[in-house]
Design a protein around this ligand. Structure first.
Ligand SMILES: Cc1ncc(COP(=O)(O)O)c(C=O)c1O
Length: 554
């Protein structure tokens, strides 16, 4: 008997098995290579790392010299901190008291109060620079808090406020009158729905529409439909991109469980295109065009402003090119390309990001501003993708309903919004929009430069973010100086400033003046003391040391 035969067949078997497994291994490696190398690109890892971060905080001594500042600078900071605290106590007395009481029972408020600054500083800041959550009125570009303080509104109402609060008041008031005869009758449609659908199809260039109550729901439905029609399981989202708080689009920190059918890949990456070209399990690619301002980075909140490495830069041509490449690969592979325009839709151009970047999507989600200030989420899509049932298999449906979808009051307010948008007179608001906002950003940067302040802004049209040019652990203090100057910011602080388009040159000049004044005071108070040789890397190393010391008690 030839004893080499079994060995030969074993070897042949091993080769065959390797050949069968090799493509899978390669696909797996390609997938890993297409992840962004930062933690935002590694959802599971980021959650693991987040769990390892121990809580510690600075006591009153270390709080003011965590960058190793000498005593005289620390004292200057401390004095200015408590002077600011006294001003806050006096100026925001009623709002602070009401907020402290309300926070006992409003979970969201507890969260936003805790996450305004890096956690090491949070308690002392919360106790002394607490911000009131209650406002009583709005007018023009201003909001007034319950203590009667008037602020320039840079919160943008999470992006809803594109045309100014008065515009939305008008849409809601007129819409309410038109809906009144029907009232809150749900299930059947107010006649205005037909007109809204017609306009949305025209704006999106797509065939069908479905109405939901939030952007999160709209994204859920778009992805569900893409899975249903392609018969594939996975969605691709890009590192750092926000698409609402549904688990499948939020696989990293913030979601206690891992979705198994989400790939988080690097944006503007050839390796990502390769994955899209080669895998067979991808149903859709979700794009949030807001990421064009900071591809692959999370939304920039001040609670993660531990050093000065936050950066942003918008390159319209490069992002348009990227979207074109995505469009091509999605066409080749039958992948559904979804633009999530919940944030940027109607802000950049009347036809949204599709028009602004010159690329068509298969489905588009809208929200925020679209219902004239009332809650909304909308999916627009190609006919064959929007269908929720199959003629040939009647029990195989893609279910989506919602009690409040197509609510008459929302629909009439939406019609008010869309009919204003359709008027050529109104549309002139978009003329030269980027030139205006780029010019204003340039102007503010020049003022900051001339005053020798280590602060600069970057922008995607009227959406701005603040960056810091020299390494510091205290950049997050700027939000408190800005509020003291009468500038209202959302809870993410200087991470995102959102202007409404009714800011005229005089309003902007006033904001710019106050902004520079806030930064100048902060500099004068020693917060940007230039620690010799300090780098962002050294700051991060120092933080790691602090964490280890806190964890291991050294
Ligand atoms: C791009 C994008 N998609 C989805 C959402 C979720 O919308 P909503 O908060 O209405 O659920 C947001 C909210 O900020 C968003 O910016």
């Amino acid at each position: 008997m030839d004893s080499s035969l079994p060995i030969l067949s074993l070897a042949a078997g091993a080769v065959a098995a390797t050949a069968a497994v090799a493509p899978k291994v390669k696909a797996r490696i390609d997938l890993s290579r297409a992840k962004h190398r930062s933690l935002t690109g590694h959802s599971r890892m980021s959650r693991r790392v987040a769990r390892l971060i121990p809580f510690y905080e600075f006591d009153i001594d270390d709080f003011f010299r965590s960058d190793g500042a000498p005593g005289e600078i620390a004292t200057k900071r401390q004095d200015s901190f408590f002077a600011l605290a006294a001003l806050y106590r006096e100026r925001f007395a009623k709002g602070r008291e009401m907020t402290a009481e309300a926070a006992e029972h409003i979970s969201d408020l507890q969260f936003t109060r805790a996450y305004r600054v890096p956690f090491q500083y949070s308690r002392l800041v919360r106790e002394n620079l607490g911000v009131g959550a209650f406002v009583q009125s709005s007018s023009g570009v201003n909001v007034t808090d319950i203590d009667g303080n008037v602020f320039y509104d840079l919160t943008g109402s999470y992006g809803v406020n594109i045309f100014g609060n008065d515009f939305y008041k008008d849409c809601i008031e007129t819409g309410e009158k038109r809906a009144h005869a029907l009232g809150p009758v749900l299930g059947s449609y107010h006649p205005v729905v037909a007109e809204n659908v017609r306009r949305l199809c025209e704006i999106s260039g797509l065939d069908e529409v479905s109405f939901h109550m939030s952007g999160t729901e709209a994204v859920m439905q778009a992805v569900r439909l893409a899975r249903y029609h392609t018969g594939r399981t996975h969605l691709v989202r890009f590192a750092g991109a926000y698409h609402g708080w549904w688990g499948d689009v939020q696989p990293g920190v913030g979601n206690p469980v891992s979705p198994h059918e989400t790939y988080t890949l690097a944006e503007m990456s050839e390796r990502t295109l390769h994955v899209l070209r080669t895998r067979r399990d991808i149903a859709c690619v979700l794009v949030n065009p807001l990421q064009a301002l900071h591809p692959n980075s999370n939304a920039p909140g001040d609670s993660s402003l531990v050093d000065s490495s936050r950066s942003a830069h918008f390159d319209r041509a490069a992002y348009s090119e990227w979207l074109k490449k995505l469009r091509e690969v999605c066409d080749q592979r039958g992948i559904v390309l979804i633009f999530d325009e919940v944030f940027v839709g109607f802000r950049l151009a009347p036809g949204g990001a599709q028009e602004y970047f010159g690329v068509k999507a298969d489905m588009v989600t809208y929200g925020k501003s679209l219902a004239g200030g009332l809650p909304i989420g909308v999916v627009c899509g190609r006919k064959e993708l929007m269908r929720r049932f199959r003629d040939e298999r009647p029990a195989d449906i893609c279910f989506a309903r919602g009690t409040f979808n197509s609510h008459p009051y929302v629909m009439t307010a939406m019609d008010e919004f869309l009919s204003r948008l359709a008027s050529p007179n109104f549309r002139s608001v978009y003329n030269g929009l980027d030139d205006i906002w780029n010019g204003r950003a340039r102007e503010l940067n020049e003022m900051l430069g001339a005053a020798d302040l280590p602060v600069r802004v970057d922008n995607l049209s009227s959406i701005w973010t603040v960056g810091y040019t020299t390494p510091s652990r205290y950049n997050w203090m700027l939000q408190y100086y800005l509020r003291a100057e009468g500038i209202a910011l959302s809870w993410v602080g200087t991470g995102r400033l959102i202007f409404s388009l009714n800011y005229n040159d005089a309003d902007f000049a006033e904001v710019a003046k106050r902004f520079v004044s806030a930064a100048a005071k902060m500099k004068q108070d020693g917060w940007w003391w230039p620690a010799p040789g300090l780098t962002n890397k050294a700051i991060r190393r120092q933080i790691l040391k602090e964490m280890l010391a806190s964890k291991f008690g050294r």
